[in-house]
Design a protein around this ligand. Sequence first.
Ligand SMILES: Cc1cc2nc3c(=O)[nH]c(=O)nc-3n(C[C@H](O)[C@H](O)[C@H](O)COP(=O)(O)OP(=O)(O)OC[C@H]3O[C@@H](n4cnc5c(N)ncnc54)[C@H](O)[C@@H]3O)c2cc1C
Length: 456
Amino acid sequence: MPDRTSRSVVIIGAGPVGCALATLLRRQGVAVDVYERGVEDSGGSGHSFNLTLTSRGLDCLPRSVKRRLYLQGAVLTKRIIHHRDGAISTQPYGTDDAHHLVSIPRGVLQDTLRDQALRAGARIHFEHTCLDVDTERPAVLLRDRDGATGWVEADLVVGCDGANSAVREAIAAAHPTEFWVTRDCIAHGHAEITMDYADADPTGMHLWPRGDHFLQAQPNRDRTFTTSLFKPLEGQERDRHFAELPSPDAVSDYCATEFPDVVGRMAEVEHDLMDRRPGRLRIISCAPYHHRRTVLVGDAAHAVVPFFGQGVNCSFEDTAALAALLEKARFGSGSGEPVESIVAEYSDVRVRAGHALADLSLRNLEELSERVDSSAFLARRALERRLHELHPHLFTPLYQMVAFSTMSYDTAQRVHQEFSAALDEVCRGRDLRVERDAIIAEFVRRHGGGRGNCAC
Ligand SMILES: Cc1cc2nc3c(=O)[nH]c(=O)nc-3n(C[C@H](O)[C@H](O)[C@H](O)COP(=O)(O)OP(=O)(O)OC[C@H]3O[C@@H](n4cnc5c(N)ncnc54)[C@H](O)[C@@H]3O)c2cc1C
């Protein structure tokens, strides 16, 4: 597509988010230059794990990309819980066919989106590292593959450079009174385990919840599984390992005790957990998401822990929100509102969403590692699902609002708190398994006259 205007955007980072945004902006005829520190065929920033996409994120991508992702991903409709006693139970993610996850290797998502951005006419400059940003001009200082440095100016600079964002850190350093940022690591780390699990059900996310830790096996299209252990870490940066697993013997004892049904399928687990340092999980929050004509999108603005599987979904929603505001303001045609006020509006809406997602994601750790294994929790979830099936206008489970709706994360969080408290009231002192129908009838009697959660 030819540049229809003299408007130019510089994007730092050709990860999934930078490439998705580049495609959307090219559709508005804007000249887009993406600067990426990695080499052309690196497949992104080196993470190997799978990403789960839900309709919230998928619907922000061009239809052709979405089609390609469905062809290359595995569709998951449920969690499959492997209990301590060897029993297996399942929990559907939602109540209809649209309520599923698409599990996709990170490299595949990356390649698909890069390809799409290039086809749309974005220029991607590999081996160019952003060193600094001047938000007044705005301009970015880049170092190329030969070590030469120079400033590049644009009408709008977008930081899509991930959790360690140089763009965000440059804003924080230059404007400490107008911008705040917090950077935290949680106690849990994660490591990939090689597991031969080809005969397992490929339509569900397999989980082994074990108190403060859990194992997760995520199916791929080719019937392999990407398996990860999430567990608290011990030790400093250099010598960190999982707590209570300082030796190969400790690793094999641990797996034999906690995951006896699959330990025989983890032939290299001692190597997986001893020779490679587990990854840390970070939460990075900041506000606002802009300064003058420089704006942050994706993990550069909000790195969240992966326990809701929404990080990249939220980031794709950022790209759609920013592109829609630019289009509405006729940025591409060179007229309309000043860029500063467009990005301020973006920031206003997306900061609330990003902060709510950070909170929701952290809370979901408890659900994945502990609560999915409890019969009281399962009875409550079954009650919520039935209530939603019978009275969808009155109650929607949190997971459905977060993963499969377009309701903002902050609204979903607030609605859930209100309706969960109302349901707690009705459930108090009652046996959820025996009295489910009576509880639902009572809830409808008390709350059926209101507006229902969809109106919130
Ligand atoms: C273990 C784990 C599991 C996850 N699972 C899920 C999931 O199931 N579902 C989900 O929705 N999300 C998940 N996430 C979150 C998801 O990975 C991120 O939200 C997503 O990768 C963000 O994409 P991004 O493009 O913003 O950043 P990144 O993917 O980090 O890409 C940033 C790009 O910028 C480049 N870059 C960095 N610095 C510079 C610089 N100074 N100059 C130039 N280029 C630079 C990097 O090389 C990279 O290509 C998970 C995260 C983790 C850690």
